[in-house]
Design a protein around this ligand. Structure first.
Ligand SMILES: Nc1ncnc2c1ncn2[C@@H]1O[C@H](COP(=O)(O)OP(=O)(O)O)[C@@H](O)[C@H]1O
Ligand SMILES: [Mg+2]
Length: 363
């Protein structure tokens, strides 16, 4: 028995069968400003993917196109191999949760969750007793049993979003679209809800798109992460792929704290502003490149040995370490490195360091 039929058996919640989703060269222009440039992505039935990117990268636009709230300028969307763009919103069978998905304030939790079923046309509307049974099972699934008579204002932010998810699940969706659902909540609640959502997903197996601009949330929650920037997909991969094998300087810097410096590769040596850094690559040809490293991945280098050198312009406490901001090279670029807390060199001191773990990207 798979997870879906098991859940149906356990709770007798009928669930829409999850679908494969194919996004094929989907572009969207608003007037003459493009929001998406030919985005393509295949998502397997039951997969939980995170769309991760800074504000304005096109995440919500892509979600709205999947939902049928927005038509693409070009490209195709397939659900289970069939054209979805011809389907009106109400026939797409999609559950949504948005960041500020206002629950109906004048309705109880019960009525909010039941809403999508009670507004169905008579022919497809389940009988009242069946709706009641489903709502109570969903309340159990989202761990809000006993709160069905409350009104939204009598719930915490986290509880409201759980009601919103139950409401989205009530319509037996084939696809779940969650647009920054925890974005308005505080850090600890977000963390709890993240784990909780993952558990629910493992039980229900819906094909799910989860939009976030929080890299930690995306990496922890999703089977695959889709990193977006400026209307394009920069990389698709597992958390390990994205973190350890970033496809571009953008992904590298978006996914964690980092410094990017322009370097030249010459005779197998990585040089910065004309000086050897002590880093070597297996390449003979001279070329310009970008060196990326993270603040915790560097070691200090004694005077004289090859290193990247910079002057301390700022220091601050950073978790268990001390973070130094350095001015490096003739163009006064900034680099950030972590040192021991006891290291209390004054501002203005010149120090040398070398990345222990680092990446070279094309310039
Ligand atoms: N209805 C709209 N009209 C005009 N421009 C829009 C509209 N919706 C989104 N955009 C623009 O499209 C781009 C992508 O927006 P959006 O999809 O909301 O990004 P994200 O969700 O990643 O923050 C932005 O530049 C935004 O200003
Ligand atoms: Mg958005």
């Amino acid at each position: 028995m798979n997870a879906l039929t098991q859940l149906e058996a356990e709770t007798s919640i009928a669930l829409g069968a999850p679908v494969d989703v194919t996004i094929d060269a989907v572009a969207k222009d608003f007037g003459d400003s493009p929001a998406l440039f030919g985005v393509s992505l295949d998502v397997r039935a039951g997969e939980l993917v995170a769309l991760l990117g800074p504000s304005g990268s096109g995440k919500t636009t892509l979600l709205r196109i999947l939902a049928g709230l927005e038509a693409p300028s070009s490209g195709r969307v397939l659900f289970g191999g069939e054209d979805a763009l011809g389907l009106p919103v109400q026939d797409r069978n999609i559950g949504f949760v948005f960041q500020h998905y206002a629950l109906f304030r004048h309705m109880t939790v019960f009525d909010n969750i039941a809403f999508g079923l009670t507004v169905r046309p008579r022919g497809s509307r389940p009988p009242k007793s069946e709706i009641r049974r489903r709502v109570l099972h969903l309340l159990d699934l989202v761990q809000l049993t006993g709160l069905e008579k409350r009104y939204p204002t009598q719930l915490s932010g986290g509880q409201r979003q759980r009601v919103a998810l139950a409401r989205a699940l009530a319509i037996e969706p084939r696809l779940l679209l969650l647009d920054e659902p925890f974005g308005a909540l505080d850090a600890q609640v977000r963390k709890d809800l993240r784990r909780w959502l993952r558990e629910i997903h493992d039980r229900t197996g819906h094909t799910t798109f989860f939009v976030t601009h929080d890299q930690e949330e995306a990496l922890e929650l999703a089977d695959r992460v889709v990193v977006m920037s400026k209307g394009r997909i920069e990389q698709v991969g597992s958390a390990d792929d994205i973190y350890d094998r970033p496809a571009s300087p953008f992904v590298f810097s978006f996914i964690g704290e980092s410094t990017l410096l322009p370097v030249v590769i010459e005779d197998g040596a990585v040089t910065f502003s004309g000086d050897p850094t002590g880093l070597a690559v297996n390449e003979a040809e001279r070329r310009e490149a970008v060196l990326g490293f993270r603040p915790h991945d560097v070691t200090l280098v004694e005077d004289g040995a090859p290193a990247i050198r910079g002057r301390i312009v700022a220091t601050r406490r950073h978790g268990g370490r001390r973070r130094l901001e350095l001015q490096v090279g003739p163009d006064h670029l900034r680099a950030e490195i972590d040192v021991e807390v006891g290291d209390e060199r004054p501002l203005g001191t010149l120090i040398g360091f070398r990345p222990e773990r680092w990446r070279i990207f094309p310039a």
